[in-house]
Design a protein around this ligand. Structure first.
Ligand code: ZN
Ligand code: ZN
Length: 239
């Protein structure tokens, strides 16, 4: 089984990523990737561009060099109510909205498991994000069982982030394994993302693929364009 869809990538519109969109596309194409989600960081990170940069993706073509580009954002969860740092107008422009926790001052204390769990569940209830990302980050403790059950209920996908299993968010791996065990029990949709911040990492999903193992293919968004479209249809979106 090949995974030719990467649903979490970044470009140098954010200074802590190092490649342009065109460089990401070229590198993805060389690996045979067919669909790339350009998930720009939401405006509340310290080095995020103005939200206009996210909204202006409306000017991008649907296909660039034969690769389908999903216009997207990686929103920041900003409080316990599950609010995020982008408004509905920007959400409407985006094909895909992924979201999760990053260390932003607005969120305040990050080590409160009850607050974090409630925040993520509310994001899903509010129907604001399609995929909740890198939940295994140990600096944001979460009740994984409650979150996986809520993801199933609200048709929100749980991300298995390749970066969390390799170079980023140290200490995530055991948590990602726990999340995967719970997914096997409750069967939510799963999304794989490279979280590439450099072009050579676009489409690099090998550790995530290992972790998902024999998980039901129709529940993994990256297995085919049909699967992906079916998932978004359930979420009321025509991508
Ligand atoms: Zn980043
Ligand atoms: Zn992130």
């Amino acid at each position: 089984m090949k995974f030719l869809i990467d649903l979490h990538t970044h470009t140098n519109t954010t200074p802590h990523a190092y490649s342009s969109l065109e460089e990401n596309i070229r590198a993805g194409k060389e690996k045979g990737i067919k669909i790339i989600a350009n998930t720009m960081h939401g405006p509340f990170l310290q080095d995020s561009p103005h939200w206009w940069a996210i909204a202006n993706q409306r000017t991008l073509p649907k296909y660039i060099d034969g690769i389908r580009i999903l216009k997207g954002v990686e929103a920041n969860v900003i409080n316990k109510n599950g609010d995020i740092d982008i408004n509905n107008k920007v959400i409407e422009i985006c094909d895909i909205v992924i979201g999760g926790f990053h260390s932003i001052p607005e969120y305040g204390d990050i080590d409160n498991i009850e607050k974090n769990t409630t925040a993520i569940i509310n994001v899903m209830k509010n129907n604001l994000v399609d995929i909740v990302v890198h939940l295994g980050n140990p600096i944001f403790p979460i009740d994984y069982e409650k979150v996986v059950i809520a993801a199933k209920k609200h048709n929100v996908a749980i991300e298995i982030n390749n970066g969390s299993l390799t170079t980023s968010r140290e200490g995530s791996k055991p948590n990602c394994k726990k999340i995967m065990e719970l997914c096997l029990k409750y069967k939510p949709y799963i999304s794989l993302g490279s979280d590439a911040h450099f072009s050579s990492l676009v489409g690099e999903l090998s550790e995530s693929i290992k972790l998902v193992g024999n998980y039901d293919k129709e529940l993994i968004l990256n297995t085919s364009e049909e699967n992906l479209k079916e998932f978004f249809k359930l979420r009321g979106k025509n991508i």
